[in-house]
Ligand binder design. Structure first.
Ligand code: ARG
Length: 460
């Protein structure tokens, strides 16, 4: 008979049984479910709601259940619907009546809410650690390439010279916000719903601060209906993960472009690429493509739970059992993507000559040429127009700006002097962009120091 079988005259239809059960996916929260029960039982005893003997039997029994589940000795079954009823059934089979007292002053509604928060809390810590490791991989590469000139792009058109370090450090900075977004989410998540009961608290003299503290929460949630009803913490986590995946997806897209023959800025390690079954020459960036692809899946997970929640009246509704699969999928996906991405980044071969060659074309020193005239006294807007006509001249004469003779330059403006050639060197153009946050080595060094300090500070 079901734990809730008292009111019923018939067995559950087998189709309904399978349809209703969530053990296939909530079974993974067995440890959190047991932690919650341990804290609950201890509190019940301290408050004199159950006897100390019963609490001791429950504690010992739960520890055995935990060991049995971990060793595979205990089986979690859909006959017991979900993880909460599976654990309770296993416990009662071991210790009898004391096990039946565990559910005093508690409901599965506050139980599932506390389990999920506990579960996601440690997943956040694991994801954070993986992001920090990816940032370390970025740092390793950035340190090698502060002087590696590459074209910076806007509209995917060559724009101004930057260094490869500067480009990588942009992602390093985005990932800092991903880390702090997770920390914010964790902070808001860290309130305890246990003791909310089914929805309206309980008539027993429970101590919600006791269980909240025992489980490492900052405090009990302030409202019992809210405690069992909201899943904003799971949604917030999936939003943060979606933003993180959006960053990884853009990074992936660039890795894919960079290792194409059209760019050839990098070459992926054999261990991080795959071949084609028909084209013998192919070396494909499948890892980056999959990270980009899986981003859609994480967005879908977020949309799924947002949609599930949007029309639900307070308090608990069974619809909310649909929260777990998307949030677990999002967490699992991100946890798969981060380490493989970091490995791909660590092992890639950077081809600075090709980056330099690409930076040489496309007139990416045109802004610097205008700045040269501006510094000699010409208003910037006039200088901009003058250099525009120089670029046009160059395109019709198949020349680069630095290949023009001083006579040709002087036709456009008498302000051009011999020192223009130094000013137009890409190394100069990049090296002089030393404004705060710019690509000059002085600034990439500062960014590297900052990122290193961030990683150290946020490591557990
Ligand atoms: N398995 C359920 C869930 O994940 C637990 C709560 C069920 N409560 C209830 N009254 N049916 O949402």
């Amino acid at each position: 008979m079901k734990l809730w079988g008292g009111r019923f005259q018939k067995e559950t239809d087998t189709l309904v049984n399978d349809f209703n059960s969530s053990i296939q996916f909530d079974g993974r929260m067995y440890k959190e479910d047991i932690m919650g029960s341990l804290a609950h039982a201890a509190m019940l005893a301290e408050q004199g709601i159950i006897s100390r003997e019963d609490a001791a039997a429950i504690t010992a029994g739960l520890q055995e259940v935990l060991a049995d589940i971990e060793s595979g000795k205990a089986e979690l079954t859909s006959d017991n619907e979900d993880i909460h009823m599976n654990v309770e059934t296993l416990l009662t089979a071991k210790i009898g009546d004391a096990g039946k007292r565990l559910h005093t002053a508690r409901s599965r509604n506050d139980q599932v809410a506390v389990d999920l928060r506990l579960y996601l809390r440690h997943e956040i810590a694991a994801i954070k650690a993986e992001i920090l490791d990816l940032q370390k991989a970025i740092l390793e590469q950035a340190k090698q390439h502060q002087n590696t000139v590459m074209p910076g792009y806007t509209h995917l058109q060559r724009a101004q010279p930057i260094s490869f370090a500067q480009h990588l450090l942009a992602y390093g900075a985005m990932l800092c916000r991903d880390v702090t977004r997770l920390e914010d989410c964790e902070r808001r998540m860290n309130e305890c719903p246990l003791g909310s009961g089914a929805l309206a608290g309980t008539t027993y003299p429970i101590d919600r601060w006791n269980t909240a503290k025992a489980l490492g929460f900052d405090r009990p949630m302030t409202n019992s209906l809210d405690g069992v009803s909201d899943r904003d913490y799971a949604i917030e986590l999936m939003s943060a993960l979606s933003v993180l995946m959006m960053h990884l997806s853009r990074f992936s897209e660039e890795m894919i472009l960079w290792c194409s023959w059209e760019f050839k800025f990098i070459e992926l390690d054999d261990a991080y690429s795959t071949g084609s079954s028909i084209m013998p020459q192919k070396k494909n960036p499948d890892v980056a493509e999959l990270v980009r692809g899986k981003t859609g899946r994480v967005y879908g997970d977020l949309m799924s739970l947002l949609t599930t929640m949007k029309g639900l009246p307070l308090a608990y509704n069974k619809d909310m059992q649909e929260d777990k699969e998307p949030v677990f999928d999002a967490v699992d996906t991100v946890k798969m993507c981060l380490p493989v991405f970091a490995g791909m980044l660590r092992t890639m071969r950077v081809l600075p000559e090709n980056m330099r060659r690409a930076a040489g074309g496309g007139f990416i020193n045109a802004t610097d040429c205008a700045d040269y005239l501006t510094k000699k006294g010409m208003p910037f807007r006039d200088a901009y127009t003058a250099v525009g006509s120089l670029v046009y001249y160059c395109t019709t004469h198949q020349k680069l700006l630095e290949e023009l003779s001083l006579a040709e330059l002087k036709e456009i403006s008498p302000l051009f002097e011999e020192d223009v050639y130094e000013a137009l060197k890409l190394e100069t153009c990049m090296g002089q962009r030393s404004s705060y946050g710019g690509p000059a080595v002085s600034e990439t060094s500062r960014q590297i120091d900052e990122l290193e300090a961030f990683v150290k500070e946020h490591q557990a």
